[in-house]
Write a protein that binds this ligand. Sequence first.
Ligand code: AMP
Length: 400
Amino acid sequence: MAKLTVSDLDVKGKKVLMRVDFNVPIKDGVIGNDNRIVAALPTIKYVIEHGGKAILLSHLGRIKSEDDKPGLSMRPVAERLSNLLNKPVTFVPTTEGPQLEDAINKMNDGDVLVMENTRYEDVKNGEQVKRESKNDPALGKYWASLGDLFINDAFGTAHRQHASNVGIASNMPQTAAGFLMEKEIKFIGGAVSNPAHPFVAILGGAKVSDKIGVIDNLLGKADKVIIGGGMTYTFYAAKGMKIGNSLVEKDKIDLAKQIMDKAGDKLVLPVDSVVAEKFDNDAAHKTVDGDIPDGYMALDIGPKSVAEFEDVLKSAKLVVWNGPMGVFEMSNYAEGTLEIGKYLGTLSDATTIVGGGDSTAAVQQLGVGDKLTHISTGGGASLEYLEGKTLPGIAAISEK
Ligand code: AMP
């Protein structure tokens, strides 16, 4: 069944509570990168252009003590939002009480209000009570009482059961997905629940242990699972190959063997690697086939692997990519990730999805993102979604 979305709602004259993801990098009150605020604009604009009153809630960072609060106030975010919308935005420096309620009651249709960081509720009078993060039932109920409708557009926290997503939703007659959330459900949810074929998954990154749930779930759904990045070498060790000083999770070698037995020829491993003497961009490096020589560590896939992976990818109708092919942060080991990203951009008949976290950072840093179908905004959330788990934040959104 399809989820209710913002365009299904009649927001005119309504107080619309909106959980957005404004968890931007911030230092000394200065916002480092406002991508997440920009990403929330379509849903906010839709609500205000249709005569709703937009009441925005988001968390920002982690609050463990009173000392954390001043540096993680939502005030600069509200100011940036006001600039981006080119209209006044009311900031309320609290998360509950008469000041907040009065400000909401004074709103006109089309107004925007941002309340203080929802995680301020995690610390009360110096005590870590985690009312937001542990979904205190009274808090969700209280926040729900402030509005008529609820829109959840914060995919990044959808894997968490917090008061500001699940708590509010469970006290509202209807909860709708915002446009961002709708896209994540369509693309990441769709890849897991109803994938087009041939479906190829590309899984990279540092550790098998982080990705085991995803590998397991996608092996059951994909036609091929390509492995790259640091976790390759745990698989190499499981095959009895030499790995030199490459990254390895010794306690996961047996697991890697089991995965390979189960997967058969579905699993595709790199055939060559860029190896270096040290974990350093300027270290002496070279490309080798197969085994990693003593004294070297593998830091990227090599050109033969790129060619083989492209061959597997060329007929794909759906590609899900999570995790870089190498240490893309260092220019000498970024080639494998860059080439795969560029190649995905040429697959005009395929839906190409990047599954969040470091892979999102990689495609953005390497400038290959705009040719892909969907780049997820969630790290942990997209991993858990790809593992096939039910995300509580999404489960709490009403069906159409
Ligand atoms: P993850 O968060 O699991 O997706 O892992 C991303 C990190 O894995 C990035 O910081 C990469 O630098 C790192 N990585 C990728 N390939 C390798 C490799 N061959 N050796 C060590 N680290 C790697």
